[in-house]
Each structure stands twice: as C-alpha cells, then as structure tokens.
Design a binder for this molecule. Structure first.
Ligand SMILES: Cc1ncc(C[n+]2csc(CCOP(=O)(O)OP(=O)(O)O)c2C)c(N)n1
Ligand SMILES: [Mg+2]
Length: 361
C-alpha cells in the first residue's frame, strides 16, 4: 500500500544549485558527480547555441517556424542524459534540443520545422519518437509503447514530455490513468514554462501545482527547479530508476520559464510584462551551472572555449544543412497517413495529381 505522503510533491521544487551557483541541500537528493555536471554544461552551451541559430534561420526564411527552448535548456538536456540507450523519449515541437541531445543530427531534427517532411529522422535509430505538434497525443503513444515493452518483458523506460498547457487535454488524463493502472515504466515530464501561448498558468489550472495531479491517478508527483540542471538530473534520474525497478510511472513537474515568444508567429509583448521576463534572466540555467563549476574549480577558460567551439561547429553544420533547398513531393502529403486511404483523401490526391500533370504538360 502506497502512502499518500509518498505520492504528494514537496511544497517547494527540489533545488541543488541556487541561482547564484551555490550548492544547496535537498532532502533525499544528492548532487550529481562534477564530471556529469561538466558534460551537462557542455550540452547546455550547445543547446543554447542551437536555439540561437534556429531563431536566426527563421529570420532568414530557412526554417518555417521555431518554438525555442531558450531558458529551458536544463530540462531539454537532462531529459536526454537520464535515459539509457534502450529507453525511449516522446518529445513535443519545443523539444528539438532534447532530440538533438539524444543523438539525432541537428539537420535531421529540423526537417519538420523546415517544413520539408513529416519528420527527418528514423525514430528507431536513437529511440526518439517524432516530435508531436497536436498537444498531449504523444503521451498516449508513449504509454502504449511502454505497455508493449512490458508485455514483451523488456525493461525500457519511456520519458513522455509535455508542457503546462497540455495538462488540460483529455489525452493527458487518459495517459496518466492508463500508465498508473497498468504500472507502466513511464515518466511524464511536464515543463511548466508558465505559458501556453498567451494563456498563463493561473488560467490553466486551479491545482496547487501540476505535480499535485499525480496523486489523483496514484503515482508520485515531484517538483523540481527546471533551471537547475543538477536538480533536474537528480529528480528525473530517481524517477527513471523507480520505473526501471518496476515501481511504475511518475510525474515530474519542472518549474521553468519560456524566455521568448511562443514561436516567431507570436508577439509576447501583448500579454506579459517585460519586468517579468527580465526577472528570469537571473535564473538562467547556463550561468548558474557555469558559476557553480567555476566556483568548485571544475571549469577553466580553456574548457569553456572548447565547449563554445563545439557549439559553434554544431551551429555551422546546421546553417550548411538548412541553406539547401529541398524538393518535396506534394504526393507525400497523402502517403503514410492511412494504410487504406479514405475516399476523401483519394479524391484530394487525384486533384493534386491532375494539377501536377497539368503543370508538367
Ligand atoms: C490539440 C491541440 N490544441 C491546440 C493546439 C495549438 N497550440 C499549439 S502550442 C499550444 C500551447 C501549448 O502550451 P504548453 O503545453 O504549455 O507548451 P509550450 O508551448 O509552452 O511548450 C497550443 C494551444 C495544438 N497544437 N494541439
Ligand atoms: Mg507552456
């Protein structure tokens, strides 16, 4: 019998390094080894550079859209680092940095947002499901996937990512309930970045926190400072361990902030004050980790330069890959949707085919 107290989150999000870069203690969680944090910092620097480069590529018309995870890089990087090779991640449109941190090449990861094809990578290669744009649908896919793994006797852990807004979807409820009832190895990782486009968290839920929702399904809920890489690694790491040992699903809510507009198609000055955004600069996940590592003597300027050079290489490869023009085949719109296409789809496809034939004639 699980005690209620085991399921309820702590009143405060777990923090292991404070915004000034000082180590702090948290009940039940240990600071990850310094080597892991230094590798994690390299991934943060790379992630930030990818976000900056993608924003630039949007302005150059090379990417159709880019939902940036600027400010959320600690969550993005930790989601990839806590998983083993045989584990799977189910990301959203905002989680490109997780996808890339898991090993997908940046150029392949961005095919979707460039608008060239449905997805640019083979999900089986790095165990990364296609990035989902319809909110919360990927949570059900993740749960079904974990169910199949359990039936096959595999010890695969599945990390299902979503935002604060997505927790209001029916799919979120169904996925959580199914995962708990069937005791599946799924971690619901909610990046609470305070906004669903223009809708603030206060209009999204009346619950004390999103992590409190977990107890209603019978799984543990945890809250973590989402701008503290050390804490996100520790809290997600514990959830992965529990899931792998047969302890079932959990919900981890990371408190973070969307520093930029929802996408390039959004003007965030219409619904939030600049002061509010500015306040989060002091909680930046990169400066916090850098200050900590430098403070314990684990980061010299040579290493910093090496990390920056590595990030620059990724950005340059990305520019090269995006500066090519693809020639998408309009017929692909109709392929791979249904194994038996519906009559409407057949009619629409025939219309496109006749237009192509007319143009070619
Ligand atoms: C089912 C569905 N409804 C509406 C949308 C339009 N939409 C796209 S992103 C978004 C906000 C989602 O916010 P959140 O879950 O907090 O994720 P964030 O964008 O902040 O990472 C909405 C409403 C959608 N993509 N899918
Ligand atoms: Mg959000």
């Amino acid at each position: 019998m699980t005690l209620e107290s085991d399921l309820l989150p702590h009143p405060d999000p777990v923090q292991l390094i404070d915004p000034a870069g000082r180590a702090v203690t948290a009940d039940g969680y240990a600071l990850p080894p310094v080597e892991a944090l230094r590798d994690g910092y390299a991934a943060l620097v790379r992630g930030r550079r990818i976000n900056e480069q993608c924003n630039a590529l949007v302005r150059q018309g090379r990417l159709a859209v880019y939902p940036s995870s600027h400010g959320q890089e600690a969550c993005q990087v930790a989601a990839a680092l806590v998983l083993g090779e045989s584990d799977w991640v189910f990301p959203t449109y905002r989680d490109s940095v997780t996808v890339i941190s898991r090993g997908v090449s940046p150029a392949d990861a961005l095919v979707l947002l460039k608008g060239d094809w449905h997805s640019g990578y083979d999900p089986h290669e790095n165990h990364v499901a296609p990035q989902a744009t319809p909110l919360a649908t990927q949570l059900l896919h993740a749960v079904g996937f974990a169910h199949a793994a359990k039936l096959r006797g595999e010890d695969t852990v599945v990390l299902a990512m979503c935002g604060d807004g997505a927790t209001s979807e029916g799919d979120f409820h169904e996925a959580m309930n199914f995962a708990a009832v069937f005791g599946l190895a799924v971690i619901f990782f909610v990046q609470n970045n305070e906004f669903a486009i223009s809708v603030p968290l206060s209009r999204q839920t009346a619950a004390p926190s999103l992590a409190h929702k977990a107890i209603g399904y019978g799984m543990p809920g945890r809250r973590v400072d989402g701008n503290d890489l050390a804490a996100v690694l520790a809290v997600l790491g514990e959830a992965v361990e529990r899931a792998r040992a047969g302890g079932g699903p959990s919900l981890v809510e990371a408190h973070t902030y969307r520093m930029q507009a929802h996408t390039n198609a959004d003007d965030d000055t219409r619904y939030r004050e600049r002061d509010e955004v500015q306040a989060w600069v002091a909680r930046d996940p990169l400066t916090r980790m850098r200050d900590y590592l430098a403070g314990v003597g684990a980061l010299d300027s040579e290493t910093e330069e090496a990390f920056a050079a590595d990030a620059e290489e990724v950005a340059s490869a990305l520019r090269a890959a995006m500066n090519t023009d693809a020639t998408p085949d309009p017929r692909d719109l109709f392929a791979h949707v249904y194994s038996e296409p519906t009559s409407q789809l057949v009619r629409q496809r025939d219309l496109v085919l006749s237009e192509i034939a007319r143009e070619e004639a």
